[in-house]
Design a binder for this molecule. Structure first.
Ligand code: ADP
Length: 340
């Protein structure tokens, strides 16, 4: 959930969502729209674990950012009536950070680690014994006097979220009993999410406008909700009380989003591959430095959607635009001045 990301790990607290959120946050499976198959499976796993009064099996959720991994984990915690602690892999810098969190867990609670692939190896190693035997090995003291002691932790569930399943080490991956992938959402599902949010924001939106925003949201609920808020701003300053298709189209154009849902950065990226590399292949790092974006951002945020729509393909020599797309894009970019 975007509101909680990056909160201070050392003072890890459970922040009541109601107090932090200006937008609708699903708190039950029924409010979590789309991802039907995954939801059905998770409903069964959570219900069964609750009936047995056991923690849920450790779970690895993977998929691009903003698809609802954190939200799903919060729903599972709520269904199981257990606490959830949320933290982020790269912020767990020292083993002590993780030991403090693990030793404070209540029985059956959920520990959600976002970007688990970015956790330092020494910290990750603490998790192995904790996940498998609910024990942690801690070194006390320094030098010759140092000794290792084993501490028990309450039976808990680790939910690891990652955008890069391939970067999870084998020892960690094999300790997850459940591995699930979140797919991009269809525009119709995103339109439902947009309607749900607009109801919460007390702003009316036509079905056609909601679908239009859905189409332009790169298959991602977080983007759909952000776009809705921006379109609402645009409409509100014009003293209009509802969002219709005409205003939505104008607002999207104003925001630099084209009719296929591609942003200025997407178009810039494609334009550079066409103009500077004749369609590719080009290495990710070169591409990143040319368009002035971070390599990980291109890989995690922009690329998955471009790959999905067939604008881009990955080859051993770098990224390239398939030849059929090149023709289409050359026509689109002809006469347009490159922003770089
Ligand atoms: P992730 O953890 O995968 O980055 P989040 O769980 O933080 O994604 O979700 C991003 C935003 O989208 C949140 O505001 C969340 O409430 C909303 N969201 C995600 N999935 C859904 C869904 N299926 N239905 C309704 N809202 C959703």
């Amino acid at each position: 959930m975007e509101e909680i990301k990056g909160f201070d790990l050392i003072n890890l607290q459970e922040i009541p969502i109601e107090e932090t959120s200006l937008d609708f946050v699903p708190k039950a499976f029924d409010d979590y729209l789309g991802q039907k198959d995954l939801k059905e499976k998770l409903k069964i796993y959570t219900q069964a674990a609750k009936m047995r009064k056991e923690p849920l099996d450790h779970m690895l959720l993977f998929g691009p950012p903003g698809l609802g991994k954190t939200t799903l984990s919060q729903i599972m915690a709520s269904v199981m009536e257990v606490n959830i602690k949320i933290c982020c892999g790269p912020l767990l810098e020292r083993t002590g950070d993780l030991v403090a969190i693990l030793s404070g867990l209540e029985p059956r609670s959920i520990l959600f680690i976002d970007e688990i692939h970015r956790m330092p190896t020494v910290v990750e190693e603490i998790l192995y014994n904790a996940m498998e035997h609910f024990k942690i090995d801690v070194i006390i003291g320094q030098g010759a006097g140092a000794k290792s002691i084993t501490l028990p932790v309450s039976p808990f569930t680790l939910i690891g979220a990652t955008t890069k399943a391939g970067m999870i080490s084998a020892p960690l991956r094999t300790r997850f009993g459940i591995t699930e992938r979140l797919d991009f959402y269809e525009p119709e599902d995103l339109a439902k999410i947009i309607k749900q949010s607009s109801k919460f924001l007390q702003f009316s939106i036509t079905d056609e406008a909601a679908l239009k925003i859905g189409i332009c949201s790169r298959g991602t609920p977080r983007i759909a909700k952000k776009l809705l808020r921006r379109v609402r701003d645009y409409v509100q300053v014009q003293n209009k009380s509802s969002i219709d298709i005409q205003e939505t189209e104008k607002a999207l154009e104003f925001l630099g989003i084209d009719k296929n849902g591609l942003s200025t950065i997407d178009n810039l990226l494609l334009q550079q591959i066409i103009e500077k590399f004749n369609g590719g292949p080009v290495g990710l790092e070169t591409l990143a430095s040319i368009i002035g974006e971070d390599k990980d951002t291109i890989e995690d945020v922009y690329e998955p959607y471009l790959l999905r729509l067939g604008y881009l393909e990955k080859t051993p020599r770098g990224r390239q635009i398939p030849s059929k797309m090149q023709t289409k894009l050359k026509q689109k970019f002809v006469g347009q001045i490159s922003l770089l």
